[in-house]
Design a binder for this molecule. Structure first.
Ligand SMILES: Nc1ncnc2c1ncn2[C@@H]1O[C@H](COP(=O)(O)OP(=O)(O)OP(=O)(O)O)[C@@H](O)[C@H]1O
Length: 368
């Protein structure tokens, strides 16, 4: 089922939690609503589910206006952060619940319910555990039961609110891959809320970045990471160096025709900073202040010797080894290869005299 949100707004008392949201979700898409606490993710999910009514705007399912339709009519499956299983019921009965409470004429036969639950237990890899009670399962297993219960009624949309939020890091990691595979198998339009950018980037086909009740950017994980359209998205997704106001002149070796204002901020990702032991064009001397080697990437904190600015660079372990390793106090040359400058929410890209070779200014069209 496809979902379209048009000018959707929701206010609690005087407080606008969701502001004029426009979003199109094609059938079968796997979407992450990503943003900091209080940005409106859960409210948006609840609006899609029909658990909240909007103050204005429309919700279309497969092109049909569902704005005023009840939760039941929407055919959505919902999974919350806290699995909320019925403690006094077995896993089997928990999964069967949605089918058993259907009005008699829509209720499947006992045999059909049995085989559906067995099929779902297999799907969520809990075969043979149907007779246990929730207290006899691990957190990750319980959350898979919650998912099986949501899937039992064959929803056309699956809505997940921080489904792995209460689990420890290792289990979360396992369930991410598992849910991704499950989605590939079932291809149900799925929207999940997370404030964990790694989770969103790893699992979703489409990431919707929210801030203050608004959508800041929608796109594939690569696209929102590589081409952030606002300073918020730059700083929220992944690590980034920020340089403000006057200090930006130190990163534009060919000069600018107008001085930088206090509102201007330049962003550069750590992996977009080249490091070498010898001088290269447009590079600046810098001293290593800390080295943090984690897995395939090495994070290096440095201080520019000419300006005292602090920044972070990232090298692959391979490049790091080729450089012969690094330690505090090493003197290097840093090349800032992709500085992107915003004035408020607008890219400053037309005022440079000559785009220098190491200053990649992103054309407007890339942003749209
Ligand atoms: N029922 C409510 N009554 C009043 N204010 C509410 C209600 N529900 C949410 N809000 C407010 O709306 C804003 C958005 O809340 P929402 O739960 O959608 O954010 P979120 O992005 O999901 O945050 P979190 O990650 O912390 O769950 C918050 O400031 C919250 O306090």
């Amino acid at each position: 089922m496809s979902i379209v949100l048009k000018g959707l707004s929701k206010t609690f008392g005087q407080f606008p939690a969701v502001k004029k949201v426009e979003l199109e979700i094609p059938t079968g898409d796997f979407v992450a609503l990503l943003g900091p606490s209080g940005s409106g993710k859960t409210t948006l999910l609840r609006l899609i589910a029909g658990l909240e009514g909007p103050n204005s705007g429309e919700i279309l399912f497969n092109g049909e206006d569902f704005t005023a339709k009840s939760v039941k009519e929407r055919k959505v499956g919902f999974v919350f952060q806290h699995y909320a299983l019925f403690k006094h019921m077995t896993i089997f009965d928990n999964i069967a619940f949605g089918l058993k409470v259907r009005p008699r004429k829509h209720r499947p036969s006992k045999e059909a319910i049995n085989s559906k639950v067995e099929e779902l237990l297999k799907l969520v890899q809990l075969e043979g555990l149907g007779e246990r009670y929730p207290s006899q399962l691990s957190g990750g297993q319980r959350q898979r039961v919650a998912l099986a219960r949501a899937l039992a009624v064959e929803p056309e949309v699956l809505l997940l609110d921080e489904p792995f939020g209460a689990l420890d890091a290792k289990v979360r990691q396992e369930l991410r891959g598992w849910l991704r595979e499950l989605h590939q198998k079932l291809n149900i339009t799925t929207v999940f809320v997370t404030h964990d950018q790694e989770e969103a980037m790893e699992m979703a086909d489409t990431v919707v970045v929210m801030n203050n009740g608004r959508i800041e950017q929608t796109g594939s994980p690569e696209n929102v990471y590589e081409n952030p359209v606002t300073p918020f998205v730059y700083s929220f997704l992944g690590r980034v160096n920020e340089f403000r106001g006057n200090s930006l002149e130190n990163y534009t070796p060919y000069g600018v025709d107008k001085p930088f204002s206090d509102k201007e901020v330049g962003y550069i990702r750590p992996h977009e900073i080249g490091l070498s032991r010898t001088f290269v064009n447009n590079s600046y001397p810098a001293e290593v202040s800390h080295v943090n080697k984690v897995g395939a990437a090495v994070r290096i904190e440095l201080r520019r010797l000419d300006t005292d600015d602090l920044f972070e660079a990232e090298l692959s372990a391979e490049k790091y080894n080729i450089m012969g390793g690094l330690k505090r106090g090493d003197q290097l040359f840093a090349e800032f290869q992709n500085l992107v400058i915003f004035n408020g929410n607008t890219l400053r890209n037309s005022e440079f005299e000559l785009p220098p070779s190491n200053l990649v200014l992103r054309p407007e069209e890339v942003r749209s």
